[in-house]
Design a protein around this ligand. Structure first.
Ligand code: ZN
Length: 343
């Protein structure tokens, strides 16, 4: 069973690590790389372009507990933010030129690249529009480089809106919604056929986007009812995603999976199944997918990298999901949704 995944941070991992990124991607290191994807039947996914505070590799096997109430980091300067995004887009381009991934920008390309055994279909995603000014010119440039998905914020403020700080035992009603510029950015993305991602946004930002019409998407977020984290979605949000024909992708980050994940750094594949079942109940069979957060978060026991995706598929079957639902979650929902947006 092939998997299409809604979120990974392989490009920022490669960008923050020394050495030739193409060569590194061909080695079995990190969570997403050529051999791991081949072994785990990961045929494609969203590859994030992300601006960190510092250019620094993170070892996600070393768990650092997070406070219940982290402060929201300050906004980034657009100049340095753009530098990281362009660096990571260049790495994506080299991987594309060398045939390791294929940056896809329309529906037929996506279908072909997903089925190809020798490369990974790549939707370029901007995680936080810190690098885009109010004139939105950088958006047009990134679109020309292949960008087809964008979240207005990561967990910090931008001129477009506000992200949620990482917090537990409280919901995502942590700050303001979209600004006037934020609405213009979303409208421009809808015009261009760029997916708008609400993962990391505040409640108000989420509902502002829902009110603008169009399908509501959260590429990598889980169920608040099962893990009370600011980054997770309430049942009302999950229902809204389903009702608008949108998508929600299961995040593998231990922090967002189990009730003790953020304290203990522990979660298992059984937690993934619990979240999937709840999300299917709230959002419907056609809305639920995978959004691993590979290379961006600590992983649950049993999933060390993309190589272990078949274990999740097996667990879905054992939980009685049935073959049609397993296929929808594994790839059909993402591919069906994207072929409409990229038509
Ligand atoms: Zn994220």
């Amino acid at each position: 069973m092939q998997v299409f995944d809604g979120h990974n941070d392989a490009l920022s991992r490669l960008w923050a690590t020394n050495g030739d990124p193409v060569e590194r991607f061909s080695r079995d290191e990190g969570h997403v790389n050529s051999p791991a994807c081949r072994a785990g039947s990961m045929g494609g996914g969203f590859f994030a372009l992300y601006s960190p505070e510092k250019r620094q590799a993170t070892d996600f096997t070393l768990f650092e507990p997070i406070d219940d109430d982290e402060a929201l980091p300050p906004a980034l300067e657009p100049g340095p933010a753009l530098q990281s995004v362009i660096g990571q887009a260049a790495i994506a381009r080299s991987l594309h030129d060398q045939g390791a991934i294929e940056i896809v920008t329309d529906a037929p390309e996506l279908g072909r690249a997903f089925m190809a055994e020798d490369r990974i279909a790549c939707i370029l995603h901007l995680e936080g529009a810190d690098c885009i000014d109010a004139d939105l010119l950088a958006l047009d440039a990134l679109y020309a480089l292949g960008l087809r998905s964008l979240g207005p914020v990561w967990s910090r403020p931008t001129i477009f809106g506000e992200g949620v700080p990482f917090g537990f035992n409280r919901d995502g009603d942590t700050g303001s919604g979209l600004t006037v510029e934020g609405r213009r950015l979303v409208a421009r993305c809808q015009e261009l056929g760029v997916v708008v991602d609400t993962s990391h946004l505040t409640f108000r930002g989420f509902w502002d986007i829902a009110e603008m019409g169009g399908p509501v998407v959260a590429t990598h977020s889980n169920a608040y009812a099962l893990c009370p984290a600011t980054r997770n979605l309430t049942d009302d949000q999950l229902r809204a995603i389903g009702q608008t024909g949108g998508i929600v992708g299961l995040n593998f980050a231990t922090l967002f999976l189990s009730e003790e994940g953020w304290r203990a750094g522990r979660a298992g594949i059984d937690d993934c199944i619990r979240h999937l079942a709840h999300m299917v109940e709230m959002a419907g069979e056609d809305a639920v997918t995978i959004g691993s957060d590979f290379d961006g978060a600590p992983m649950p026991q049993g999933i060390a990298s993309a190589r272990d995706l078949p274990k999740l598929i097996k667990a879905m079957r054992e939980a009685g999901f049935g073959e049609p639902l397993v296929a929808k979650i594994a790839h059909e929902n993402w591919l069906g949704f994207l072929s409409q947006i990229l038509a």
